[in-house]
Design a protein around this ligand. Structure first.
Ligand code: C2O
Ligand code: CU
Ligand code: CU
Length: 475
């Protein structure tokens, strides 16, 4: 592998700084369509994973079914799913099915929607996913440590009819803070970090391995499902020599469009499906670069073309439009309107913003929503910030009054993005997690049709656990 690639990487990774990594393995792949699974069994337990390559020690992780990330859960749109989770960790856990509209009792929030799964216990999640798309699962108990030690996996809900692509490829990104011995740094829950960008690691893996390559063939059309399962790392991907077209956001189909500036924004918990036409030259390699953070660009993988001549003569011009999901359209004329303001966090001078300084916040608290801080992972007795009557259309204005990025997630509902900083948002975007830049104001709308208590929180995990969380109730 050409060594000019390494400098981009080595600036940020302690493990790769020596440049001794053999980039020979290719990414783990999963079949595009799996046999229908009538029952899925997943065990959460300690394990070991070769995160940084065969020449380095394996990493002690917490894993679903022994792999990092966990197995892809393949479901079919509109067909009942039954998933048995067994807890072999030595602490409580739960599983949250991020982005899937399901009954409140299946949502996996400890205390709020279910009792936690105790060590040695097993529980069954049952639901029928109404929407096809790319989703993911992760613990909602001890979230910071459990997600940070490796517990996450993708859920692919297959469309009723297969989509016209040559291959379906999943890239799930995780971010790790590793010691020089390739072990996970145990300092979870650092409050200084929680009041800033959260726990950003030093090693990014793609499907559980450090950057390698994705074998491709000239002329093929790939549906690429991108999932950011990091605790805190924002990502922005560029594809050298290629023009990816975004066809779904957070699993929900949108109008196909090229990303602004050719850069795909992928914050924690966000998913983006792109259609990638392989227009590169046979035999060449093209890097995929994450340059979200200034001066810290590195490459996450490369598209490695084999020598075969292009499949098919011309680039396909047909834009791929995914079949729509049955999302209820909010009625903006009659919608109730509410505002939620995100507050807190560190400012340049070391003061907490709008919170009367750091001293004004309780222990373990760095953030608030409308002046209230819910901390942790979810627990009983969280009073809702807003209560909706079932079936009401809702417009929520979210204001980021902080100096930090926040991917804000709502459970149980998919919202339509109406505007950002006063400008209408194009391409019919429906999301479950919206990236908010410092000082951003966004308006989102949805129909509050799913009864229960639902979390709204930042998906930078240490922001959530340090107070950037609240509850919405649908009565
Ligand atoms: Cu993906 Cu409440 O989380
Ligand atoms: Cu969720
Ligand atoms: Cu945040």
């Amino acid at each position: 592998m050409s060594s000019e690639l390494n400098p981009i990487m080595s600036r940020r990774s302690v493990l790769l700084a020596g440049g001794g990594l053999a980039l020979t393995t290719s990414v783990r792949t999963w079949p595009a369509r799996a046999a229908a699974q009538s029952e899925v069994r997943i065990t959460a337990a300690p394990g070991r994973a070769p995160l940084v390559g065969a020449s380095q020690p394996q990493t002690d992780v917490w894993a679903y079914n022994g792999t990092v990330p966990g197995p892809v859960v393949y479901l079919r749109q509109g067909e009942p799913a039954r998933i048995v989770i067994e807890n072999r960790l030595d602490q409580d856990t739960t599983v949250h099915w991020h982005g899937i509209r399901l009954p409140n009792a299946m949502d996996g929030v400890p205390g709020l929607t279910q009792p936690p799964i105790k060590p040695g216990e097993r529980i069954v999640y049952e639901f029928t996913p109404p929407d096809a798309g790319t989703f993911w699962y992760h613990p909602h108990a001890h979230s910071l440590e459990q997600l940070g030690r490796g517990l996450s996996g993708a859920v692919i809900v297959e469309e009723r009819e297969p989509v016209a692509v040559d291959r379906d490829v999943l890239w799930l990104f995780s971010d790790w803070r590793l010691t020089p011995e390739a072990q996970i740094d145990s300092g979870f829950g650092n409050m200084m970090e929680a009041a800033m960008s959260g726990r950003i690691g030093n090693t990014v893996t793609l499907n559980g391995a450090v950057p390698s390559s994705e074998p491709v063939r000239a002329g093929e059309r790939i549906r690429l499902r991108l999932v950011n399962a990091a605790l805190a790392r924002m990502m922005a991907l560029r594809f050298e020599g290629h023009r990816p077209v975004i066809v779904a956001l957070d699993g929900q189909p949108c109008d196909p469009h090229e990303p602004e500036g050719g850069r795909i924004l992928l914050g924690p918990a966000m998913r983006v499906d792109v259609v990638l036409d392989m227009q590169g030259e046979p035999g060449r390699h093209y890097r995929v670069i994450d340059d979200f953070y200034d001066r810290l660009a590195y490459w996450v993988t490369q598209l490695a073309y084999d020598e075969r001549p292009p499949l098919g003569a011309d680039p396909r011009d047909a834009r791929l439009v995914l079949p729509p999901n049955p999302l209820p359209e909010p009625d903006l004329a009659t919608a109730e309107r509410h505002e939620l303001t995100l507050q807190g966090g560190m400012m340049g001078g070391g003061a907490m913003m709008g919170m009367g300084g750091m001293m004004g916040m309780g222990h373990g608290v760095a953030w608030a929503i409308n002046g209230r801080s819910m901390t942790g992972d979810g627990h009983a007795g969280m009073a809702p910030a807003i209560t909706f009557q079932r079936g009401r259309s809702v417009v929520l204005t979210l204001r980021n009054a902080t100096a930090w990025w926040h991917p804000i997630h709502i459970h149980g509902h998919i919202f339509r993005v109406l505007s950002r900083n006063g400008a209408p948002v194009p391409h019919r975007q429906w999301l479950d997690t919206i990236a908010m830049a410092p000082r951003d104001t966004v308006e989102v709308a949805f129909v509050a049709d799913n009864p229960g208590d639902w979390m709204l929180h930042c998906h930078v995990t240490d922001h959530q656990t340090a107070g950037l969380m609240t509850v919405l109730r649908v009565a």
